[in-house]
Design a protein around this ligand. Structure first.
Ligand SMILES: [Zn+2]
Length: 239
């Protein structure tokens, strides 16, 4: 199934948004963002890009998307909140945004999902929730976990490990390392483990090794750049 994790490269935006910014609420020139979406559609093999964009608020809300949720223009306002999108519609590309958070894409053959999992979404088990909403046998699902901040750079206070242990118990422990008064948390590993525990075979889960903070010239990292940045995305479509 066509899917992609974008990075900063290959678009037309300039300044803080140089160059492949797909964020629609970051202050970038709309004409540039529209051209970037045209390029994204081409990369996905779509003749006419029909996109449903997540409206992300660090929730665990999964929306069953159809063409009513497709944007005619990517700057049209969304009238829903969802950090995960699921669809069975062919030709509808699902898009989630990330700039350190974890983008997760699921391909169930008959349905696809795109999920935004920051630490809060991860602690709410949003990837496994999206897997259930797919309605496909977990054993036949392929999962792709995209570039995001790695355990090398994601230093947190105690609230993050506490939330992960609250959801997953001892299963979360291998992904939390104490670092003085702080912790380092492997969000990609936690999402991978949640999907495995929900029945996706380990061999069917691909995890990007890239850390957005370490590789801030290639990716947008919120922790590195703050608000003056664009957004990359994860996108998947059934054609
Ligand atoms: Zn790093």
């Amino acid at each position: 199934m066509p899917h992609i994790f974008t990075n900063r490269l290959g678009g037309v935006s300039s300044g803080a948004y140089e160059s492949m910014n797909l964020g629609v609420n970051r202050g970038d020139d709309p004409a540039c963002v529209r051209e970037n979406y045209r390029r994204l559609a081409a990369l996905l093999g779509m003749e006419r890009g029909r996109f449903a964009l997540a409206s992300q608020k660090h929730t665990d809300i999964i929306l069953r998307a159809d063409f009513r949720h497709a944007k005619n223009d990517v700057f049209d306002p969304a009238d829903f909140v969802a950090d995960g999108l699921v669809t069975r519609e062919r030709g509808l590309a699902l898009v989630v945004f990330a700039a350190d958070c974890v983008p997760v894409l699921l391909d169930g053959g008959e349905a696809v999902a795109a999920v935004h999992a920051g630490w809060r979404g991860t602690a709410l088990g949003i990837a496994a929730k999206a897997l259930r909403e797919l309605g496909c046998a977990p054993g036949s699902v392929r999962a792709y976990i995209g570039p995001s901040i790695g355990a090398c750079c994601f230093e947190t206070g105690p609230e993050v490990p506490r939330a992960m242990l609250g959801l997953m118990g001892a299963e979360a422990e291998p992904f939390i390392v104490r670092s003085g008064e702080k912790y380092r948390v492997d969000l990609k590993g936690l999402n991978r483990r949640q999907l495995e525990l929900a029945g996706v075979p380990a061999g069917s889960i691909e995890v990007s090794p890239d850390c957005t903070f370490c590789l801030h010239d290639k990716y947008w990292s919120h922790r590195y750049a703050g608000d003056a940045r664009g957004s990359q995305c994860g996108a998947i479509v059934m054609l």
